[in-house]
Design a protein around this ligand. Structure first.
Ligand SMILES: [Zn+2]
Ligand SMILES: [Zn+2]
Length: 239
């Protein structure tokens, strides 16, 4: 009774009203208002069945995947990395912002609406940051995204199973080959994952090099299937 009353009081108090993270104008209890939600970027188009890149025909893997098969079995994305989502994800890198992180975690669940028959994995693993970078930033957005999926899917979250061994050079500005070299042997795994279906979760996939590197580590540790689930897939075209 008392908690109901308190809840009602909190709901009706404008002090606690959260505004939309995108437009900043309309109230949005989950962080994104009803006008901004349908306007978020996602092209309905053919996708590479392995890396989710936009392609002309979605039956065969794209040129990149044929050239170098990613270690993950497939990548799925809730959105495309475009305006205005790109700016909000970038803003998250500057420090903890619980309301924004919460809104992005809510958007991660769109992946489950796009793929209603998605099998429940044995483990969900957020892509880890190196310890020094995590300490500097204070949080890791993929943790919040993975947590939202784990709760919704009722799948176990394994936040500490993997770690990033070293502080790799920031990936921006490197081409795909350089990115792969930069990430070689970048991840460690604490124990065997024999026969497991693992979903790894990240905020943005551009070339997929990070997800490839982590997937490779997990496959070496015995994982049977690794899928990469991301909030946003960047259009990254190679020549
Ligand atoms: Zn809005
Ligand atoms: Zn591909």
């Amino acid at each position: 009774m008392l908690s109901n009353l308190l809840g009602h009081l909190v709901d009706s108090c404008s002090l606690f009203e959260q505004h939309c993270q995108f437009c900043g104008q309309r109230p949005a209890p989950h962080g994104v208002c009803q006008c901004c939600l349908p306007a978020l970027p996602y092209q309905i188009t053919a996708r590479c069945p392995q890396c989710h890149a936009q392609v002309n025909s979605g039956h065969a893997p794209c040129g990149d995947c044929q050239q170098l098969r990613p270690a993950f079995d497939r990548l799925l994305a809730a959105y495309d990395y475009d305006y205005p989502l790109d700016g909000l994800i970038a803003r998250c890198k500057y420090g903890p912002q619980p309301a924004l992180q919460g809104a992005l975690a809510g958007l991660m669940r769109t992946l489950l609406q796009r793929h209603p028959a998605l099998p429940v994995p044995d483990l969900i693993i957020p892509v880890p940051l190196a310890a020094a970078r995590l300490a500097a930033r204070g949080f890791n957005l993929p943790d919040a995204l993975a947590d939202a999926l784990a709760v919704t899917m009722r799948a176990p979250l394994a936040r500490d199973l993997c770690w990033r061994k070293r502080n790799t050079v920031p990936q921006a500005g490197l081409d795909r080959t350089e990115r792969l070299a930069n990430l070689r042997d970048a991840f460690g795994v604490k124990h065997r994952c024999d026969g497991l279906f693992i979903a790894i979760v990240d905020d943005v996939a551009s070339t997929g090099a990070t997800l490839h590197a982590l997937s490779k580590t997990l496959k070496k540790a015995g994982a049977k299937r690794v899928e990469a689930w991301v909030l946003a897939k960047a259009h990254f075209r190679h020549t």
